[in-house]
Write a protein that binds this ligand. Structure first.
Ligand code: NAD
Length: 435
């Protein structure tokens, strides 16, 4: 099949590369000239395991091409995916400007019957707006599909190639059969393609992210309570996670959720709900609990350093909002850094892949090191913010000797509190007994 992806960001690039990998001819279009020029030379704008190989291989085979000529890209295909960003508006609702711009362009340049797939995360009712924008100009039939994306950054290629399920919102047989054919190679192991109406598909994406964010905020609040009452959230987590009704994933407490999806999707769903006159009170609390949680690492540091925090040098391990990605959108590390700099502290940070992205965002307001132990030299404390694998079994002796004061705030509960105490650290984690 000939496929066009408009918007070659995180999602668009992964979808394009994976669709090319299954033999389709894919053109990925984007307005960002530098991004497209780089991609043509196999230089990726993001870090994502396995993606570079896919892009390189499919580009070499001629199945994957990149362009800034969105109009031409629309003209050559019979399936177009809209995968542009839907950032939060000032009031928290999803900004649909880019989606509707692309829809208008599709309407104007439709040269044949086409399936238009919304891959971007968009509120319920967006398909109707997309249909109107296309229909205002279209001279050929078009069929809409809402196909929300569930990939996780850091495991995006795997998630796309082997999805738990594919959700396809369609309202006619043509879209249904084209999409079923397109996705067949990805569900060979029997994972379901769930066909549904378009509104339900749009809602499914938000409900999924809202549920996951709820689990995180719930566990963070349970962890905070554990600290107050002298319980250990690790044990509580295992105790509840082994209940098959609850399950064990997404129960790890930490410094709050970040990234490009949970914060904005929670906000957008809260907004949709209030506009629809059916407020989501639980989700409103999820959001405010998360805002507070993102400030807890600083509070812990302040409690131990007192007024020394104003002149302290703080080492940070981990800047990305989660491991295996360089994405720092809404990352808890950014909140911590802002609080530290406001307090007058200085910051020296390490991350295995996110330093270029951090430099782009933070410039020289903090120091960066290539080697994680270098951050510790002369630092008053270390804060672990992202649970990269390489931080899991560090050389504790070396850490203690490098730090000016053996203070360690562990935002991911990577280490054993008893062992850390034996090693002479003042160790603070999330929800593991009274501190
Ligand atoms: P992104 O910001 O990485 O990429 C969006 C791209 O669209 C950019 O490269 C931008 O230049 C391009 N663009 C914007 N307007 C355009 C236009 N008119 N024509 C052509 N290109 C245009 O965003 P992303 O993370 O890939 O997210 C895209 C959508 O997918 C969002 O709705 C997001 O919520 C959703 N989503 C993201 C993830 C994720 O993990 N990142 C997961 C699932 C769903």
């Amino acid at each position: 099949m000939r496929i066009t992806i408009v918007g070659t960001g995180y999602v668009g690039l992964v979808v394009g590369a994976c669709m090319a990998e299954t033999g389709n001819d894919v053109v990925c279009a984007d307005l960002d000239q530098k991004k497209i020029d780089d991609l043509k030379r196999n230089i990726l704008p993001i870090y994502e395991p396995g993606l570079e190989t896919l892009v390189e291989r499919n580009q070499a085979q001629g199945r994957l091409t990149f362009t800034t000529d969105v109009v031409e890209a629309i003209k050559v295909s019979n399936v177009v995916f809209i995968a542009v960003g839907t950032p939060p508006d000032e009031d928290g609702s999803a900004d649909l400007r880019h989606v509707l711009d692309v829809a208008t362009l599709i309407g104007k340049h439709l040269t044949r019957e086409m399936v238009v797939v919304t891959k971007s995360t968009v509120p319920v009712g967006t398909a109707a707006k997309v249909s109107k924008a296309i229909g205002a100009h279209a001279r050929h039939p078009f069929h809409l599909c809402s196909n929300p994306e569930f990939l996780k950054e850091g495991a995006a290629v795997d998630d796309f190639m082997k999805p738990d399920r594919v959700v396809l919102g369609v309202d006619d047989d043509h879209a249904r059969s084209v999409m079923a054919e397109l996705y067949a190679p990805f569900v060979r192991t029997g994972k379901p393609i769930l066909f549904m109406d378009i509104r339900s598909a749009e809602m499914t994406k938000y409900a999924a992210n809202a549920m996951l964010a709820t689990r995180i905020s719930f566990m963070n609040e349970i962890a905070n309570l554990c600290e107050r009452v002298g319980a250990n959230v690790d044990l509580v987590r295992k105790g509840i996670g082994s209940d098959s009704r609850i399950g064990s994933s997404f129960l790890f407490p930490g410094p709050g959720y970040g990234g490009s999806c949970f914060p904005k999707d929670v906000q957008a769903l809260v907004r949709t709900a209030s506009e629809a006159g059916s407020p989501l009170r639980v989700l409103e609390a999820v959001e405010s609990a998360n805002e507070l949680q993102k400030r807890r690492l600083f509070e812990k540091l302040k409690r131990v350093l007192n007024s020394d925090i104003n002149s302290a040098r703080i080492a940070i391990w981990g800047l990305a909002f989660k491991p295996q990605t360089d994405d720092m959108r809404e990352a808890p590390a950014l909140t911590l850094i802002e609080q530290l700099l406001d307090a007058g502290a200085s910051v020296v940070a390490h991350d295995p892949v996110a330093i270029p992205e951090a430099k782009r965002r933070l410039g020289n307001s903090i120091e960066y090191v290539e080697q994680n132990y270098d951050a510790l030299i002369g630092a008053d404390a270390l804060v672990v913010v992202t649970d990269w694998n390489e931080y899991r079994h560090p050389n504790f002796e070396r850490m203690r000797e490098s730090l000016k004061r053996p203070i360690l705030v562990d935002g991911r509960n990577l280490y054993d509190p008893r062992k850390m105490a034996e090693l002479g650290f003042q160790y603070f984690s999330i929800g593991r007994g009274a501190e």
